[in-house]
Design a protein around this ligand. Structure first.
Ligand SMILES: [Zn+2]
Length: 233
């Protein structure tokens, strides 16, 4: 399954002048030069082999602010299809755009990159190699892109669950369904067993504190489980 986010991320970096560097970075990544990579809130750290030396790269991005995240969470919790699409590995781009947000920057100044190689011509080959793998990671798991912007998956899913519980009794917002008509995703299965998508994902290269990401996710997906609605038959 591919979220398509990786291609979008690469396109953004290319538009920011990194096209030739990315090609070099892809070759380095394919040659296995990226020894490790970890993503946490707002920063990705990679160790990249270069001859006998291992360089440490960091790629930081400005996290969404607290109010911006509240807006994202409200939109996801309030629009069941957006949440279902996210659980199915698809990022609801238009939802971010509607909120005036971009998942990826359109200005290099929103990215902070450094590397211990001290190449004058930044971003260096090592950073480009990490960017290439980052794009692959976003393809496999769009939640990583959201984590990079400041909201880890567990926290996001748990907050979505809270929003949904607190709004379960609330009447639907006027005009809500009309906005969703163009979307053709059928969320029934995802809602039926929220963690089903985990079994479809290729094994993620990342571990969190020694645990497989997918195993850590299951309880969070479970929290999103909602009782079958009266319309189901
Ligand atoms: Zn470097």
């Amino acid at each position: 399954m591919s979220s398509g986010l990786g291609a979008q991320f690469v396109a953004v970096l290319e538009s920011l002048g990194m096209a030739s560097r990315l090609r070099q970075g892809r070759a380095a990544a394919r040659a296995g030069q990226v020894l490790s990579m970890s993503l946490s809130t707002s920063v990705v750290v990679g160790q990249v082999q270069s001859g006998q030396v291992v360089h440490r790269c960091r790629i930081g991005i400005k996290a969404f602010t607290k109010p911006e995240w509240v807006a994202v969470e409200k939109a996801l919790a309030g629009q069941a299809l957006h949440a279902a699409r996210l659980l199915a590995g698809e990022v609801p781009y238009e939802m971010f755009a509607d909120l005036g947000l971009r998942l990826f920057p359109d200005d290099m100044r929103e990215l902070a990159m450094d590397c211990t190689c001290d190449t004058w011509d930044m971003p260096c080959l090592h950073l480009a190699a990490v960017c290439h793998l980052l794009a692959e990671m976003f393809d496999q798991d769009p939640f990583q892109a959201l984590a990079w912007r400041g909201r880890g998956r567990d926290e996001l899913l748990s907050r979505l669950g809270e929003f949904r519980r607190s709004t379960r009794e609330a009447p639907p917002v006027k005009g809500f369904w009309r906005r969703q008509q163009p979307v053709t995703v059928a969320p029934a299965e995802a809602v039926d067993r929220p963690d089903a998508v985990l079994d479809e994902l290729a094994p993620l290269p990342l571990e969190l504190r020694g645990d497989r990401i997918t195993d850590l996710l299951r309880p969070a997906y479970e929290k999103l489980r909602t009782p079958p609605g009266p319309a189901r038959s």
